[in-house]
Design a protein around this ligand. Structure first.
Ligand code: FAD
Ligand code: UDP
Length: 390
């Protein structure tokens, strides 16, 4: 008999499995229908021996010391600040250029052959920005800051490809992920902690899940074990609508097809990711892992991302009608006995890895406060907590 059946071995499931096993001394079974642990953050060596991310580039960044310290129990880190270039044409020409994304002072100076300074570019942008009384959509966010020309060049095509929706049909939170800068900072993220797990994500997950109270079974779907493996409680990190048999209809998720290539050259592009916002280009971005991992190798591996309606669910689609449908599922989830819903798919939130770790740790705190541990006696429990550093 397991105390917990955890469905999904990604960040949500693995962080909780470790806490339940090591702090509360409970017996945990973690299953995943994929043939590996790590969820979307899974990385592995490809045929050339290069470390790649099967589900697209995952760059760790957070402002939460708690999250960073927690993960640091299971991995060392390689400092890494992600940089992105966008390939676009110069306004009014066919000339292709690669300029920093997020849009910053250099982006504008290079695109328009200008030499503005920070104060001047603020005026330049203000003159182009559109007045939007209430910022609701992903179009509003951008046109109100940089105006229509830059919006169309950098955001409209990319977003239409990525989501199969116009930015005007998407919640503002989507494009608001990407700021506009008037300085020359060309980092994609500005978080306090930016680093990659020193030996990769999968190694970090292996360590997190290495507790003797944790059993892992990959290649196993919940439907196959729900009635045959005795367990007291469930943590569900899969799509919330799936858990409830799609009772209210399918929640929309966006998918991607990843095209991985090994190239017989040491470097393909100068930065970790190049974005291709033009709508005619079928992929959104190409990432080259050696920048992220620091691996030295005569070959290089890259991944192109092709947005798709079909395939694994990767992105919840933030827009009001989807949120309304999610709320109906959330009410079912809140009422479900002995089941906790955690993670990007289970809570239908466009969350980064660190936010999922934070959510999982908060869920653990709630569980720990509301349920007496299954552990046999208090002394053993105190020892376990001391060993787990809690
Ligand atoms: P997942 O990793 O999706 O794990 C859920 C697991 O549950 C899956 O492995 C799935 O197989 C399993 N599962 C589902 N249903 C069942 C079932 N019925 N039975 C058994 N198993 C089941 N975040 C960042 O912070 N930085 C980035 O750079 C970044 N880049 C990203 C790039 C891409 C292309 C994508 C798609 C996401 C990116 N993210 C990034 C987000 C990151 O992937 C997520 O925040 C994180 O992986 C979510 O963890 P999770 O445990 O909630 O879900
Ligand atoms: N986006 C865009 N152009 C870009 C980069 C991002 O239009 O060059 C928009 C697009 O809608 C994208 C969103 O901003 O889905 C968030 O970008 P981010 O890089 O955070 O996406 P993720 O890494 O989560 O796929």
């Amino acid at each position: 008999m397991f105390d917990w059946l955890i469905v999904g071995a990604g960040f949500a499931g693995s962080v909780l499995a470790e806490r339940l096993a090591s702090v509360r001394g409970e017996k945990v079974l973690v299953i995943d229908r994929r043939p590996h642990i790590g969820g979307n953050a899974y990385d592995h060596l490809d045929e050339a021996g290069l470390l790649i991310h099967r589900y697209g580039p995952h760059i760790f960044h957070t402002n939460s010391k708690q999250v960073f310290d927690h993960l640091s129990r299971f991995t060392g880190w390689r400092p890494y600040e992600h940089r992105v270039l966008a390939e676009v044409t110069k306004p009014g020409t066919d000339e292709t250029v690669r300029v920093p994304m997020p849009i910053n002072l250099d982006t504008i100076n290079r695109l328009y052959d200008l030499s503005l300074d920070q104060d001047e570019v603020e005026g330049w942008l203000a003159a182009r920005a559109e007045q939007v009384p209430t910022i609701r959509t992903s179009e509003d966010v951008v046109v109100s800051k940089v105006g229509r020309e830059l919006y169309e060049k950098f955001f409209r095509g990319y977003t239409r490809k990525q989501w199969a929706l116009d930015p005007s049909e998407l919640d503002k939170s989507v494009t608001a992920r990407v700021p506009t800068r008037t300085n020359t900072d060309d980092r994609y993220f500005t978080d306090t902690f930016q680093a990659m797990p020193a030996d990769g994500y999968t190694k970090m997950f292996e360590k997190m899940l290495s507790h003797p109270n944790i059993t892992i079974r990959t290649g196993v779907d919940y439907a196959e074990v729900r009635d045959s493996i005795p367990h007291k409680r469930v943590i569900w990190t899969g799509p919330v609508d799936e858990y409830f048999g799609f009772r209210y209809g399918k929640l929309p998720y966006r998918s991607l097809r990843f095209e991985h290539s090994i190239l017989d050259q040491a470097e393909y592009q100068p930065v970790g990711t190049v974005n291709y916002p033009a709508e005619e280009v079928p992929y959104t971005r190409i990432s080259e892992y050696k920048h992220l991992t620091g691996q030295v190798h005569p070959k290089t591996s890259i991944t192109a991302e092709f947005p798709s309606a079909e395939g694994d669910p990767y992105y919840p689609i933030p827009r009001p009608e989807n949120q309304a449908l999610y709320k109906r599922y959330e009410a079912l989830a809140d009422a479900a006995q002995d089941v906790w819903f955690v993670g990007r798919l289970a809570t239908y939130r466009y969350y980064n890895m660190d936010q999922i770790v934070g959510q999982a740790l908060a869920t653990f705190t709630k569980i720990d406060a509301s349920l007496p541990p299954e552990a046999a006696n208090d002394d053993a429990e105190a020892l376990r907590r001391a060993a787990a550093g809690d």
